[in-house]
Design a protein around this ligand. Structure first.
Ligand code: ATP
Length: 239
């Protein structure tokens, strides 16, 4: 791995009552690295992201961010430490405008002038959001809502961006735009941990990938190497 470690997940387990969703997942994300987590429905991808972002507490294992133990910290404690999560279902507020949603992404920041500039950067990444600043977020298309979720997450100035299924329900062209922008964001130094059903898309974009199966990592490697692996091609690329 050509990247210095930023996030390190060691043997985390997650349970929902009697269901053990994660059976000891370990993975790392480097500084400036884009990492994809792929796997079938129910493999535990979302649970992994939720444990990392503090939305749920692992029953075992350890998570560190930039060398500091963050295991068990809540989402609101992780935002000031540089983590932002664009969750499954996008988590935007439908009855607030685009601008108001973006302002919420910056709620911890006191540097109002810089927030304006960063908001403008967000509009440059996704020009369609600029045109729709005053529109209620609930009236945006699915793709625009996903763009808003990403732009909002970026307004907390994260070192690590967590994304759950950014391509879900979107047309290929829209997905293409979103992934192109994610690569641009990543190229500015923001690390990305991405959960995707669309293995082809995710492994093409990511430096490194992990394959989850029934709550365990069963394969890991550079994105391109996984794309070339016969096992991945058969199980996840439908070949
Ligand atoms: P998907 O792509 O369908 O979201 P996933 O890989 O993200 O799948 P998870 O959502 O993490 O997988 O689910 C892992 C396992 O935990 C599954 O067996 C799922 O049914 C179970 N699970 C997830 N959330 C809950 C919950 N709130 N209560 C009970 N079981 C859950």
């Amino acid at each position: 791995r050509a990247f210095e470690p930023l996030l390190s997940v060691e043997g985390i387990q997650v349970r929902y009552g009697a269901i053990q969703a994660l059976r000891g997942v370990s993975l790392t994300v480097g500084k400036g690295e884009m990492v994809a987590l792929i796997g079938a429905n129910g493999a535990g991808k979302t649970s992994t992201l939720r444990a990392v972002s503090g939305m749920l507490k692992p029953t075992a294992g350890r998570i560190t961010l930039a060398g500091k133990d963050i295991t068990g910290l809540k989402a609101h404690q992780l935002v000031p430490r540089g983590m932002a999560h664009a969750p499954e279902g996008r988590g935007i507020f439908p009855n607030l405008t685009v601008t108001e949603n973006l302002e919420l992404g910056a709620y911890l920041r006191k540097d109002t002038a810089q927030v304006r500039l960063d908001m403008d950067k967000g509009f440059s990444l996704f020009p369609v959001l600029r045109e729709r600043q005053k529109q209620l977020a609930g009236t945006l298309s699915g793709g625009e809502q996903q763009m808003l979720a990403i732009a909002r997450a970026l307004l907390s100035k994260p070192q690590l961006l967590l994304l759950d299924e950014p391509s879900l329900g979107l047309a290929p062209q829209v997905t293409e735009t979103i992934f192109r922008t994610l690569r641009e964001v990543n190229a500015t130094g923001v690390s990305v941990l991405l959960v995707e059903q669309n293995a082809h898309l995710a492994l093409n974009a990511a430096h490194y990938g992990y394959v989850l199966e029934t709550g365990e990592v069963v394969m890991a490697g550079p994105g391109k190497a996984l794309l070339d692996s016969a096992e991945v091609r058969r199980a996840y690329l439908g070949e």
